[in-house]
Design a protein around this ligand. Structure first.
Ligand code: 1CP
Length: 343
């Protein structure tokens, strides 16, 4: 079997597939005991810089579940740390930034990323690709809006109030910041694809906090710039956010081949909103892994049936695997998706 013929890449391109391909956002991580064992005593950001550890953690869900794609074990803030932003990933919280960005001087400190800043990423991707054989590896980056939210708020935020206050109140500063983040994200994706990643995903996890016109005015141009900057690489580009039902048409227009959808909009409706020629990825509610297996698989069947109305469908959860998810449930879910004969 050739990598380029894998079910995942075929689905991204809208070609016929032998089975619906499946992988899970956050498939590596806390829900796996073998992950917790490897990470014992190693801080999150440090683990991302140790190539052998990254390869091993990246491989764990592939071995356990037989998913159709691996995703590099890393984090959206890794390139920011690599250019000298003082930040840490705090267990139980997430990324925390020591000196949040609030003015032009701070934006000026965000220098461009170069491949030499992240040698461990190149090394880890080469290592993982060597072990994966015909299974594709997905590289990823945080989209400008989602990265900006961490940098401006200083950490995770429910309402993104400081972020949006800057966006509305200081548009020049805002566009300067997002422009820089777009360049960083584009280089980070390029490094990964050039090292051997077969697809790239741009995570705009928190874009759903915006209405459509604000998204189009303040955010989409920058995400589109990232996607355009890697268009020449010839790898499928996936563009994902949470709570983006009202933004799907706008996100589709940003240019990715595949648009990720959370669980709130059925995939047939999502595909209509996204428009022709683009595959969809998603979108089982991650909490269904906590329901009885028969309930979870019945709902997974509905997801696949709805996905048939799109030009291509990559099965996934509507967001990341939740901590505390039973890995055996995910194993049963993968088996179900692989064996499902759509109506
Ligand atoms: O100590 C730990 O184990 C920390 C938990 C953890 C892990 C396993 C964090 C902190 N990041 C990661 C890895 C990670 N992050 C991956 C690995 C690959 C995989 O999917 O298997 C990926 C793709 C990410 C990307 C990421 N980081 C996103 C986008 C995806 C999403 O979930 O929306 C975001 C928003 C982050 C920020 C972040 N990093 C970590 C946490 C807990 C968070 C979210 C914090 C918040 O709620 O704002």
């Amino acid at each position: 079997m050739l990598l380029s013929d894998s079910a995942f890449l075929r689905a991204c391109r809208g070609e016929r597939v032998p089975h619906v391909p499946v992988w899970f956002m956050r498939q590596a991580g806390r829900s796996l005991p073998e992950y917790r064992a490897l990470r014992e005593g190693v801080p999150m950001l440090e683990s991302c810089t140790r190539a052998e550890l990254v390869v091993e953690i990246t491989m764990q869900p592939v071995r356990r579940y037989g998913v159709d794609a691996a995703i590099l074990f890393s984090d959206i803030v890794v390139p920011l740390k690599a250019i000298g932003v003082d930040l840490d990933i705090v267990p139980g919280t997430g990324p925390v930034v020591a000196a949040p960005i609030r003015d032009l001087a701070a934006v000026g400190q965000l220098r461009e990323l170069t491949p030499e800043d992240v040698p461990y990423v190149t090394e880890a991707i080469r290592g993982a690709v060597g072990e994966l054989g015909a299974t594709p590896l997905i590289g990823f980056a945080g989209a400008p809006f989602t990265l900006a939210s961490y940098l401006i708020e200083g950490g995770p935020s429910k309402d993104h109030r400081l972020t949006k206050a800057m966006m509305y109140g200081e548009p020049d500063l805002w566009h300067a910041l997002l422009g820089r983040l777009a360049k960083i994200a584009a280089v980070f994706l390029r490094v990964q694809a050039e090292a051997g990643a077969s697809a790239v995903q741009l995570f705009d996890s928190w874009a759903g906090t915006l209405g459509r016109s604000d998204y189009e005015k303040y955010v989409r141009p920058h995400s589109q710039a990232v996607l355009e900057a890697v268009a020449d690489l010839g790898v499928p580009r996936i563009h994902f956010g949470v709570g983006t039902g009202e933004l799907l048409a706008s996100m589709g227009a940003a240019g990715a081949e595949v648009v990720g959808v959370d669980w709130r909009v059925p995939l047939d409706e999502a595909s209509k909103r996204i428009g022709p020629g683009r595959a969809v990825q998603g979108n089982l509610d991650p909490t269904l892994a906590f329901a009885p297996t028969a309930v979870m698989t019945a709902r997974a069947g509905e997801v696949i049936d709805a996905g048939r109305h799109a030009p291509g469908h990559v099965f996934n959860l509507g967001h990341g695997v939740l901590p505390g998810t039973d890995p055996d449930q995910l194993a049963r879910l993968v088996d179900f998706v692989h064996g499902y004969q759509p109506r």
